[in-house]
Design a protein around this ligand. Sequence first.
Ligand code: NDP
Ligand code: PYR
Ligand code: MG
Length: 617
Amino acid sequence: MFAAFSKSLSATRTLQINKAVLSESLRFSLCNKDTKRDYHEVVGDVLTPSQVMGIDHLRDPRLNKGLGFTLAERQALGIHGLQPARYKSQEEQLELCKISIENYQEPLNKYLYLSELHDRNEKLFFRLLSENIEQLLPIVYTPTVGLACQRFGLIYRRPHGLFITINDKGHVYDVLRNWPEPDVHAIVVTDGERILGLGDLGACGMGIPIGKLALYTALARIKPHHCLPICLDVGTDNEALLEDPTYIGLRQKRARGAEYDEFLDEFMAAIVKRYGQDTLIQFEDFGNANAFRLLEKYRNKYCTFNDDIQGTAAVALAGLLASNRKTGKKISEQVFLFFGAGGAALGIADLCVKAMEREGISEAEARNRIWMMDIDGLVVKNRSHLLGHQTFYAKDHSPEKDFLKLVNEIRPSVLIGASATGGAFTPDILHAMASINRHPIVFALSNPTAKAECTAQQAYDHTEGRVIFCSGSPFPDVNYDGKVYHPGQGNNAYIFPGVALGVILAGIHHIIEDYFIIAAQTVADNVKEEDLAKGSLYPPLGYINECSLQIASLILKDAYKNGKATVYPEPEDKRKFLESKLYSHFYEDSLPKTWTWPESPKIKTRPLQRKTKTTVT
Ligand SMILES: NC(=O)C1=CN([C@@H]2O[C@H](COP(=O)(O)OP(=O)(O)OC[C@H]3O[C@@H](n4cnc5c(N)ncnc54)[C@H](OP(=O)(O)O)[C@@H]3O)[C@@H](O)[C@H]2O)C=CC1
Ligand SMILES: CC(=O)C(=O)O
Ligand SMILES: [Mg+2]
């Protein structure tokens, strides 16, 4: 008898496995990358919730609705009795989530709560995040994500992305195949060398691609299963991590030179082989020696951009465009001094040059208006080693290291910090800016909070409240002279979700600089007088979703006009088209519309009591 039972059990298992194999091959055939991508046929859209039965349904974060299953759903799915009797709408669940988050005092605990919710109930997580951006962005993103990366070895629980190590060289495609989603449209990749302003965090940098892609969904409603976070673990030069018993990455020094380059080349090619030519690859938090090189190497070959260089450039330009309304000056009338001359600073400088050219001055004149200093002092022509585009801004000058002296000599109207040096904008520097300008523009863009070149309060206090300010990480409201200001967040989160949405939906193969100008202008156009009045150069964070849709619509329009789009037929109404492709974070019916009760249900239960609507008996 036991033998018969075990035979029938194994037969059932085989049947299940065969079904799984069948459905997987069906998914692959629907998503064949050799054919043009059809957005009605992606795996997420054909997944039928009612095919996943029993406890597996509750364990799948994409299907789980917590106590939000109706009685009919519970019975039909075979989960009746696995949950308490109470029915809770998604709205009721959201209230509970908010109470839970408030109960945690430490930001890292809030991060962990959200991460666990993400693992448990995807729609609830994304609805919570999308509807509470102002409160939760500082948790899933800067500054708390920085802390999460620093503790990543301790808090790592479940896969949220792929770790591909330098030891996988020669087999990168095989590792990619282990990712269960067959239809990925967007990847955020880091090698962990420059995580925010925290330096080399090696494999712990994975928190950044995870956070950035959560924003793809929360801020641009890109479907989560279309997104893949990747950490390229090439080792770390962070001695403390190499000796830390909790470190989760390869315990070796960073691979560099030809070995690194071959690995990156293989990675890019493997992405295309697995997911197609138009898969968007966003580079994030690479060290500056690699960031520029790789952008130049890949930008015309793959669908790629570097967020720290290009996304940051666009958000800074948006802030500058908005500040014109306060200063009455065009960008081409400003004089810039950058503190920090790495990826972010050079990206901003390059885009500002483009914006100045559009205003009518020459490239040379525009570059002349931009000065930069880094750890070695002013970027000057006779420096022995200039990085990437630094040559464009290098001046005939002594390599002055005294920051205050430089401010007084150059007399900048705009001071931009992208140096990861907390407190570099001292009271003296800010006083000097205020004595030179009626409305000094001061951007302290470095992240996380402790790395900001000055706080918002300091910026107001030391400029007699005349500053036009933004920061990369959020600061509390500022009180100055009896008035409360709410300075905005100059963060690339305003840019990359919308750019990604437009690029993905148009099937653009190469991302041109114009898209970042479009994004900057769109964000600036959405700044209202009331935002400026309270000291913000940006729309409220809760408005990023709308900005993303506008950015994506305009990119679509541009791409079709200029022959860059590959998804045909061209949609007549771009906005309507992209809205039809967006992720919905609302619970949906778990049963097909055509579902009816079987003639003799296995479990006989009184029907749902509609009077209270919240009790399942
Ligand atoms: N707000 C936002 O949206 C964004 C903010 N950032 C933030 O900007 C910061 C820099 O990022 P990124 O440009 O990519 O990093 P990079 O490493 O490319 O550049 C850092 C720059 O700062 C310089 N620097 C370091 N220490 C000093 C110092 N004491 N005095 C003067 N210059 C110094 C470095 O000089 P050297 O090379 O000589 O060491 C380098 O030029 C980070 O904190 C990052 O989080 C980045 C992207 C987006
Ligand atoms: C915001 C961001 O991309 C950074 O600080 O690196
Ligand atoms: Mg970054």
